[in-house]
Write a protein that binds this ligand. Structure first.
Ligand SMILES: *Cc1c(COP(=O)(O)O)cnc(C)c1O
Length: 355
């Protein structure tokens, strides 16, 4: 006798953890190489003494600090245990069995998985030829069952961004009853051209169905603590708070995220060398004739197609861990020059081995 489990879970793949290879350069998860700032580490150490108490379930201080940063009210902010959970909770509050969740593809792997867990239907609209979200095709794909749309900008794993005018035209076309999640996990790394520049908070003011998602895991360097947030209309925020798992944003995470916001300038300054490295790494790969998309994030995307598995195995052999999407391409985190050089050297070796 086996336990009865919800049958639709059978079609959902189980999570496969990344391989850990001692001494390898890990460029698979878009992390930063530096640890928390001294001020953040001190705040964590101080809060550790109070861990016999439950976390603040209303997350008052962090919520208010975020509200002040963005010039919104506290009822326009929801904090979650990583913005992944906020993505999942947005699905929970909008879509049930038979409803459609729409997004570009390829994109963040958790969109289809979380959609299927909810019993809803993932609708995947192919990216444009330059690996960018095809917003007009996505608007065309909206049906009366569409409940939620993810726009990942910059897109994970291709790093591309949409044009501001396209995003605005798209938001005009989406019915106001359909929630749009603008997933900006890599926003701090974007150096937009004039045509790519938009203000997500302004868009949120104009479109009450728009949810802006951000995280402390990437540029803020707190991936191990799990904190993300949403800026949205109070009606959506209230729904997100209803489904929030109590106390899931722990005390250390709240304190560390608040301390990061106090050191905002210093942390954002740390994105500059990574942006410079992104430009350098992408230029070198292109000079070698490799297909590299136009990334605005802390990673580059190589659309290697059928060569993906072989390339990724060659990187692993040289102790460089990248994120491969079989048959499609490889996403490689850009970090400090030393690690990026290790990656470039591995690519060069792969190319000369192929002749
Ligand atoms: C990393 C990432 C997130 C956030 O991850 P958390 O660590 O859960 O905050 C969200 N969306 C995308 C596209 C990401 O790449």
């Amino acid at each position: 006798m086996t336990p009865i489990l919800r049958s639709h879970l059978e079609s959902i793949p189980a999570y496969v953890p990344g391989r850990v290879i001692p001494g390898a350069v890990k460029l698979a998860s878009n992390e930063v190489t530096f640890g928390p700032l001294p001020s953040v580490a001190a705040a964590i150490a101080e809060a550790a003494g109070g861990l016999n108490r439950y976390p603040d379930n209303a997350m008052v201080e962090l919520t208010e600090t975020l509200a002040k940063k963005f010039g919104v009210t506290a009822d326009e902010i929801a904090v979650g245990c990583g913005s992944v959970i906020l993505c999942q909770n947005l699905i929970t509050v909008t879509a049930g069995p038979g409803d459609e969740v729409l997004f570009g593809w390829r994109s963040f792997e958790m969109y289809p998985t979380a959609t299927q867990i909810a019993g809803a239907v993932p609708v995947q609209v192919p990216l444009t030829g330059d690996d960018t979200f095809d917003l007009s095709a996505m608007a065309d794909a909206i049906t009366d069952r569409t409940r939620l749309i993810f726009v990942c900008n910059p897109n994970n794993p291709t790093g591309t961004v949409v044009e501001a005018a396209d995003l605005e035209a798209f938001l005009e076309r989406v019915p106001p009853t359909v929630v749009v999640a603008l997933d900006e996990a890599y926003a701090e790394y974007v150096r937009p051209s004039p045509a790519q520049r938009y203000d997500a908070i302004q868009l949120h003011r104009r479109h009450r169905n728009l949810v802006v998602l951000r995280t402390f895991s990437k540029a803020y360097g707190l991936a191990g603590l799990r904190v993300g947030y949403a800026v949205a209309d109070p009606t959506v925020i209230e729904a997100l708070r209803k489904v929030h798992v109590p106390f899931s944003v722990n005390t250390l995470a709240q304190v560390a995220a608040t301390a990061c916001l106090r050191a905002d300038d210093e942390l954002l300054a740390r994105t500059e060398p990574i942006v410079a490295e992104r430009v350098r790494v992408a230029a070198q790969l292109r000079a070698w004739g490799l297909p590299v998309s136009d990334s605005q994030a802390n990673f580059v995307w190589l659309g290697l197609g059928a060569d993906t598995a072989e390339f990724s195995a060659a990187m692993t052999d040289q102790k460089v861990i990248v994120r491969a999407f079989d048959g499609d391409g490889v996403r490689v985190t850009v970090t400090d020059p030393h690690e990026n050089d290790a990656f470039l050297a591995a690519v060069r070796a792969w190319m000369s081995a192929r002749g």
